[in-house]
Ligand binder design. Sequence first.
Ligand code: AMP
Length: 400
Amino acid sequence: MDLDKVKTTSDLDVSGKRVFVRADLNVPVRDGKVSDATRLERVAPGLADLARRGAKVIVASHFGRPKGGPSAEHSLRPVADALAGFLGKPVAFATDCIGPEADKVVAALKPGDIAVLENLRFHKGEEGNDAEFGRKLAAHADIYVNDAFSAAHRAHASTVTMAKLLPAYAGPLLMEEIDALRSVLDRPRRPVAAVIGGAKVSTKIPVLTNLLEKVDVLIIGGGMANTFLLAQGVQVGKSLVEADFVGTAKEIMAKAAKRGCKIMLPLDAVVAQRFEAGAPSINVPISEVPADQMILDVGRESVVEYIAELSTCRTVLWNGPLGAFEIAPFGEGTFNVAGAVAELTAVGNMVSVAGGGDTVAALNMARDAEKFTYVSTAGGAFLEWLEGIELPGIKALIPA
Ligand code: AMP
């Protein structure tokens, strides 16, 4: 997949053209109001730019997981209203994404106008990547723009079929995401480190296997580190472990050693009897985890070691928390290492890219997210990219 061939609309004359933008408007809505508008805030400038350049902008997205057709609960109307607020201008709304309703709204657009179409997933053809449904969507437009990286791992009608039917371009957010991921995985300033945490090793095997081929240092934390420790003969007490994956952990360590990728595991840990707020906890060397306790965070000595190693690196990729950060004090390891990466980035010594749902939540708790070079909010697509998978929605943007 030659990513250099992905084009943006920046040099394109879009004046008077109908531009279909596949966006990600899948934001949380509570009581009919958008409760976290981050995605809208981010997508709005790209839409406003197209409108300023005289395009007739048609915005479409999925929203939640509607089952068996339209429902008020899954309507994009409140989201379209909130988007209008970020655009500072009215937004037309079509109560269906295809058919006479949509045709009428699209036909009424004047250069500079913006319309939002109703939830793509109200039609089975979207997730089924149905050719006929894709053709009906494509009939609305002259140009197709994908600005939804978070949906690019899905081969759906609005991410793949449409890109084949119309001249296809990447939107600014999608391009930013591709550039950020390429800067850490394809052409990083070395040494490059990956910090990988999270609950289970079983969900991260493809990520670890792909990354150990690309990075110089792999820092493993979180519950998944316990399985690696067990593989090294460390007694981990009542900690979360996946005994079935001890063999896999050994294989990963062997592959890393062969390739010269340094794996760092916790040297000490914060342990407690229960995963509960207020449960008494202590910091112990990793060889002294009491049989009746569980590891809930990396320890202080590990944090010092990790930060020392990261200080020698020029690039870091982060996915997954180093401990059970949701409950104090088990977020300290994650917060302290994140703080160091944020500082190294702020002084210009490091390119740092983080992503994955819990990672973003942890970085926000640490108030460090904005100091990272790039933070991706695209859970599944981000992980699949780390696994080395070619995302169908990106591949579709590359001319054959
Ligand atoms: P993931 O979705 O795989 O990235 O995992 C994130 C979850 O891992 C968070 O909810 C953390 O609380 C949890 N986690 C991290 N470290 C540990 C640990 N040592 N024991 C149990 N859960 C953990």
